[in-house]
Structure formats: structure tokens, C-alpha cells
Design a protein. Sequence first.
Length: 254
Amino acid sequence: MFSKLNSISIDRIGITGNIEVPINLQRLMVPLSSSGFKLGSSIHSAYCAPLGNGRWRLDFNPNNVDSIEILLLFLQRMYCKKISRLDIAFDIYNDPNFFSYSYLQSGMTQNIYSKSGKLQTIYYGSRKSDKFIRQYDKKAEQHSKGIDVDYAFWGRLEIQYRHRFVADWFSSTSEILNKIEYVDYSNLPYTERALIYSIKNNIVCWGELSAPTRLKYKKIISNNNNGFTLKKDLAVLLNSKHYSIQRQIDRYLI
């Protein structure tokens, strides 16, 4: 096992635009069983799909894309381009308390557990919304794909933006980090932990509780939001990489 510094990157970007696909480029596009094509034959190739009226959608992971020459050729041919999707990923290494950090929000939250009962993923919000957050065990995900990772722990906080949130990705990400708190309920009785879980996962609504119970549990939740080390580290990382990420985004639109 070895240590690695936390990092931030664009994990996925979606670009829509107009393009008249030339014959030489069509020959390099591999049809998929669903509507769409791979730009090359590798598993890590970019994907594209027609939207109608000469418009196409292009999707790829800048950190892990092959056949870069074909991708650049496609991008150069596109015009009237805009970013339709942008995923910002924070990779957190060797932090055993990763899942003690939680994004405090009033929307939908879903916890996903492994067969052994270990928390592996937390979803915040709806997949169909313009802002969707995933907090998950990246090491476990890689292991499920047969990939060995030489870190004690590797977690990922991934924020997916669509449409109106794309242009404001930096301020939106700053706001999200500001709402992340360290929450540890391990010392509470299991009945209280169960009710807190039910509240946070929208199984029980605040309005269903009596006024004294609401006051009690709001106080418990507030008193447990007392750690901020990772939150501060990610905020510093975001600010330090803000302009380099924005320049990367702007280059795809040239």
C-alpha cells in the first residue's frame, strides 16, 4: 500500500453540436448495438450519437480515452458546440472516515450496501436532475472489475452537472463542498441511528414526528456535524485547479 494525494479532474464531458461527418471519419466509427458509435475500437473510445437535424452528442472521459486523433478530428468538425454534461470528480485516498462525511441537503438520498452489509455508495438527488452527486467506494468498484488497486482506501465524490449548472460548475461545486459535514453516530443507541437513517433517506418525514422529537433529532444531527478536515482540503484543491479545469473545458469548445 502507498499514499497518494487527493485529486480533482473532469471524469466525463458531454458535448453537443452540429457536424457533417465526412467519409474518412465514418470509416473509423464503430456502430453499437444501441443507437450510436464508438470513435475507434478500444473500450476507452469516445462515444457519439446522432440527435437529429445534423446535431450530434459526443461523450468521453478526458482521463481515459483512446483513439485521441479520431476524437480531435470529430471535435474539429463540430460547430455550434456546447457542453451538455460535465462530471467533476474528487478522488480521496487512504481516508477510512470517507463515509462519515455527508452532503447535507433536503432532497432524496439513497444508500447502497454490498452483500456483506458494507456501505459502498451514497446517491444525493435524482439521476434525471441537472445536478446529481455520487459518493462511493472507488476501490471496491475497481475490484468488481478485476482491477487491483494498491491503496488502503480510494473513495470518490462525483458531481454530475447538466444544462444550466454546467456554466456555473465552479460556484456550484463550492456550494456543495460547503454543505459537506462530518457525521458520526456510532455512539448513539441503534434505535436513534435507525430513525436518523430513516429521516436522511426520506423513509420518515420530519412532519411525521412530534415537535419534541423533531427538536431532539435536529439537535442530534446538528451536534454531530463537527468535522471539516476533508471539506477544507477539497475546497483548497478546487480553488487551486479552478482555472486549469476551466481552460480544459474551453479548449473543447474552440
